[in-house]
Design a protein around this ligand. Structure first.
Ligand code: NAG
Ligand code: NAG
Ligand code: NAG
Ligand code: NAG
Length: 934
């Protein structure tokens, strides 16, 4: 069986070998070791049947058992295969280099020399080596002690196949031509013009695994790319170590093969797409693997015969182009990336790996893996890695039990953790943010950093060249403006293959406070509860009717005339006393003896106005993908007649009538200091309806203070992606604003014209905004009124910052960090390091009232980090108070919320904008309560 031991022939064999060599040279002119295989052939007297290509066949047979990897002399290379001639060498002086080595604990202070596409010196660069470069040959940069890391690596991306902006024929993510399609290849759909490459590089991303989508059980082969543009401008030239044979070049059988990658998906996606069930999907896997197993078996039998010299009637090597990749999985030569969420699906896949004897490199998404670590360890060949989002969860049943503590729990169980983007699901420009959040929720710093560098490189089989800063490795390097785990970390420069990727980057090294690993809060209790309650821990905080004395408060932010002001405190350690939802006093004298008071030491904490969430269906749905858990969408007036019972064309829907309380996203938002949600009816057309404001922490609508305001604003949308024309939508809006509306709709527009109801227009395109600015002026002149108008979404608003400011139109940027996902939102202002300004900064500078919002309910909890990040991109030109206003008082102004009696949020370990603090309590005047988190 298998291949003979060529390295250690027996003496007897050696003798016969010498005898046979002569024959061999004459007969088929083969290499040194063919005769060894032929020995038995001679014994059986059928040497006349030895085929002319016997050596190739035997090589092939031997190679079938070779594990993929770099050639043995790979790290002796003096030049990277990706080196671009003409690239200048770079010497980075005085850097603080996190290498990823020594379990992620190694930090080298010193220099880094990049040349010939790889790392040529690290730490103390040999003076002799440096002497070889003239000053003109060397690009020398003083890092001034700044942090350097390996380039960020994304193990789950759809860059290029699901490209931005989205256009017809631009989605090459999924084939739906069958459940099992191992022969498909993501490289065949890789769009080299995806706007996202450049943006992702600007976040430090250098390498990504481009996976087919999850519509199929086996969606096809994935490919590892480097993101930089190449001179050839082709998808092939972006590939990192493409598998042999990909472009028709011969397989070099003298070398180990290269690792291949493949996508698998189980659970809801493939079942849904094919109208089947989990049972059908698992059977499809087993059927596919059985086909591959039979081919592999016949290959092995063929090779057994060949190596035994039984050439007679042996025929062709059994191969099938459609199945060869899946056969390679069974040979342990493919890294399988398996989209798989729930215990039921994870168990099914673990069983399949044992049935067919192959390994899955990583479970992706994998929201329930932290609940079943022992199951993972039963996988054939050892536990897989787990590739996760940090806080993106609950969007479907399979993600409902997702936990922000999953990375930390998995690491506790010695499972390799990878943080991934699923780009464009999350913008991979911000993949590092996933690691920052995982760290915030308890993943040790060195594991968090490895989770976006070293670990994915290892799991995808590329750790001989990327994911680590090490001599001889690819020169994929990021020079950061802060410690990479500090919120808002941005590259000062990114090198891929030694080539700097950012032209005059708009980033400078941040102050000292950002140059260390953030101190994370204690979440041990919450983490234990996540496991105990199988991902559904109770989320309602403790309500207290006692007086609460918060001690050791370092900052207090308060409302003052629609604004936020930071209070002057006598010291950085004052008391704040609250009771029954009221702030009694701050920096006050407290009677230590008052026995009924509860004392909470905030360790340098803060009190600030609570935040508001706008832009997602928060409060109207529990699980986004589950229609039965949501209020649903309203009808579109422009494309369908509205029912007479609703008033026909005068119909107007109120979100307040559909409110659902105690959704997990709302309760989690409340625990993160977002105590008010503003939600408009869900609409996929022109007219949405009337929004309302609600308390995210309330139990139901009949509880005091649960509805903050039943009608806040009127919402419409003008979009190029709509099924009616933009001009039709504008025409409808003009008619309504000029008094042409009927019924409730007409009344609401009268309120808009009377200036008592704000009009929120969801709009992305600057061209549409310009039309709307003119329309506003037209109506104001015609009716001699002043309208309150706000643009929401507003990705291209920065292009008209001055005009929007002059028109006194508000802007809610939603999302707060832009992505050119559609044509109408493609002209983004990316912010540092690509542009000096970010969109909120430029709009504020033009006197626009700016709020920031979200698109999906799970992200409401991250609002405080969104605000803090937006402010960090403004280089300290915005005060903390004004930053907090972006998601509180500014939204109140724009959305027509009451500004009095707003909630307060209390944090420990820092202020609300810090990634070192934790929300400790909520003080709600409207609800008349104080909530404490522990
Ligand atoms: C490295 O940079 C830091 C920060 O600017 C500075 O304090 C230190 O003196 C520098 N060290 C060397 C060797 O230049
Ligand atoms: C095929 O790929 C190999 C390895 O990446 C490369 O060396 C070779 O030039 C390519 N051949 C063609 C014809 O593109
Ligand atoms: C107050 O908080 C600071 C952290 O900001 C901490 O160093 C200090 O020990 C705390 N003081 C008390 C009395 O708890
Ligand atoms: C913004 O407002 C300030 C203060 O009212 C004013 O000085 C400045 O000129 C305004 N900027 C613009 C661009 O209108």
């Amino acid at each position: 069986m298998g291949v003979p031991e060529l390295d250690a022939p027996t003496t007897a064999r050696s003798t016969r070998l010498r005898r046979l060599t002569a024959f061999c040279f004459v007969a088929v002119c083969l290499s040194f070791y063919l005769p060894v295989f032929l020995l038995d052939a001679f014994d059986e007297d059928d040497q006349h049947t030895v085929p002319i290509h016997a050596q190739q066949t035997l090589d092939k047979c031997r190679n079938l058992h070779t594990k993929p990897g770099p050639p043995p002399d790979f790290n002796l290379r003096t030049e990277s295969d990706r080196f671009v001639p003409g690239t200048k060498a770079t010497l980075l002086r005085n850097a603080t280099i996190w290498t990823g080595r020594v379990d992620g604990l190694e930090i080298i202070k010193g220099d880094l020399l990049l040349d010939k596409g790889s790392i040529k010196g690290l730490g103390v660069v040999d003076a002799g080596v440096l002497a070889q470069y003239s000053a003109a040959d060397l690009n020398t940069i003083d890092a001034e002690g700044a942090w350097v890391s390996p380039g960020i690596v994304d193990m789950h991306s759809h860059l290029g196949v699901d490209s931005a902006p989205e256009l017809l024929g631009g989605d090459d993510t999924n084939s739906i031509k069958g459940l099992v399609l191992p022969w498909l290849r993501s490289i065949d759909g890789l769009n080299t013009h995806d706007d996202a490459y450049k943006l992702s590089i600007s976040g430090g991303l250098t390498t990504a695994v481009v996976l087919p989508g999850s519509a199929d059980a086996i969606g096809g082969q994935a490919f590892v790319i480097k993101l930089r543009p190449t001179d050839e401008r082709s998808p092939s030239s972006m590939l990192l170590e493409p598998p042999f044979g990909l472009n028709g070049s011969d397989v070099d059988s003298s070398l180990p093969p290269r690792w291949r990658q493949m996508k698998h998906a189980c659970g809801e996606n493939p079942s849904r797409v094919y109208g089947g069930t989990r049972m059908d999907t698992i059977w499809a896997f087993r059927q596919g693997y059985e086909t591959a197993r039979k081919i592999k078996q016949s290959q092995d039998q063929y090779c057994d015969k060949a190596t035994a010299g039984q050439w007679n009637g042996i025929g062709e090597f059994p191969e099938d182009l459609q199945w060869e990749a899946l056969v390679d999985v069974l040979r342990g030569r493919v890294k399988v990336h398996n989209h798989c969420y729930e215990a039921v699906d994870l168990d099914g896949m673990v069983r399949i790996t044992n049935e067919f004897k192959f390994h899955i490199a990583a479970f992706h998404h994998a929201h329930e893996t932290y609940l079943v670590p022992d199951l993972l360890k039963k996988m054939y060949g050892g536990p897989p890695a787990v590739a996760l989002f940090a806080t993106n969860a609950r969007y479907k049943r399979e993600a409902y039990r997702g936990s922000e503590f999953a990375p930390s729990i998995l690491a506790d169980n010695d499972i390799n953790v990878v943080m991934k983007s699923d780009h464009p699901v999350l913008n991979s420009r911000h993949l590092l943010y996933e690691a920052q959040q995982a760290h915030y929720y308890g993943l040790p710093a060195e594991i968090a950093l490895r989770a976006v560098t070293t670990t994915p490189a290892f799991i995808m089989g590329q750790d001989h060249r990327i994911g680590t800063v090490r001599e001889g490795y690819d020169a994929d390097i990021v020079l950061w403006d802060s410690h990479p785990l500090a919120l808002g970390a941005a590259p000062q420069q990114v090198w891929i293959d030694g080539i700097p990727q950012l032209d005059s980057p708009n980033v400078v090294k941040k102050p000292e406070a950002f140059q260390r690993v953030p101190k994370t809060p204690d979440f041990e209790k919450e983490k234990a509860a996540a496991i105990k309650y199988e991902g559904l821990p109770p989320l309602v905080p403790k309500k207290t009717s006692s007086t609460v004395v918060f001690t050791n408060v370092s900052s207090v932010f308060l409302r003052e005339d629609n604004r936020i002001m930071q209070a002057m405190l006598p010291s950085a350690d004052v008391n704040v006393v609250v009771k029954d939802g009221k702030l009694m006093c701050y920096a006050c004298d407290v009677q230590e003896s008052s026995t009924d008071a509860e004392y909470v030491n905030l360790q340098g904490g803060s009190v600030a106005p609570a935040l508001i969430s706008y832009g997602s269906p928060l409060g109207l749905e529990h699980i986004a993908a589950e229609a039965s858990t949501s209020d649903g969408a309203v009808g579109d007036h422009l494309t369908a007649k509205q029912p007479a019972m609703l008033g026909g064309n005068g119909a107007l829907i109120r979100a307040v009538d559909g409110l659902q309380y105690s959704t997990r996203d709302a309760l989690i938002a409340n625990r993160a200091g977002v105590t008010t949600g503003v939600v408009a009816p869900t609409s996929y057309g022109f007219l949405s309806g009337l929004s309302c404001a609600f308390s995210t922490g309330a139990a139901h609508k009949l509880e005091g203070g649960s509805v903050v305001k039943p009608i806040t604003a009127l919402h419409v949308s003008v979009s190029m992606s709509s099924s009616t024309s933009v001009s039709t939508q504008i025409s409808a809006l003009r008619k309504l604003l000029l008094g042409g509306g009927e019924g409730e709709l007409g009344m609401a527009f009268r309120d808009v014209v009377d200036g008592v109801l704000p009009l929120i227009i969801d709009v992305s395109s600057a061209d549409v905004m310009a039309t709307l600015i003119l329309l506003k002026a037209e109506v104001e002149q015609a009716r001699n009124v002043k309208l309150q108008v706000t643009f929401a979404g507003a990705t291209e608003a920065h292009l008209l910052a001055k005009e929007i400011g002059e028109a006194q139109i508000g802007v809610i940027l939603n999302p707060s960090r832009p992505f050119p996902g559609t044509w109408e939102s493609r002209r983004i202002l990316p912010g540092p390091p690509i542009s000096h300004y970010n969109a909120p900064g430029l709009l504020l500078e033009n006197n626009v009232t700016v709020g920031i919002g979200i698109q999906e309910p799970w992200s409401a909890r991250n609002t405080r980090f969104d605000v803090a990040w937006a402010a960090l991109e403004m280089f300290g030109e915005i005060s903390k108070a004004d930053a907090l206003a972006l998601a509180s008082t500014n939204l109140e102004k724009l959305l027509g919320l009451p500004s009095e009696d707003g909630d307060l949020v209390v944090t420990s370990g820092g202020d609300l904008l810090s990634m070192e603090s934790k929300v400790a309590g909520i003080v709600s005047p409207r609800r008349g309560i104080v909530e404490l988190m522990d």
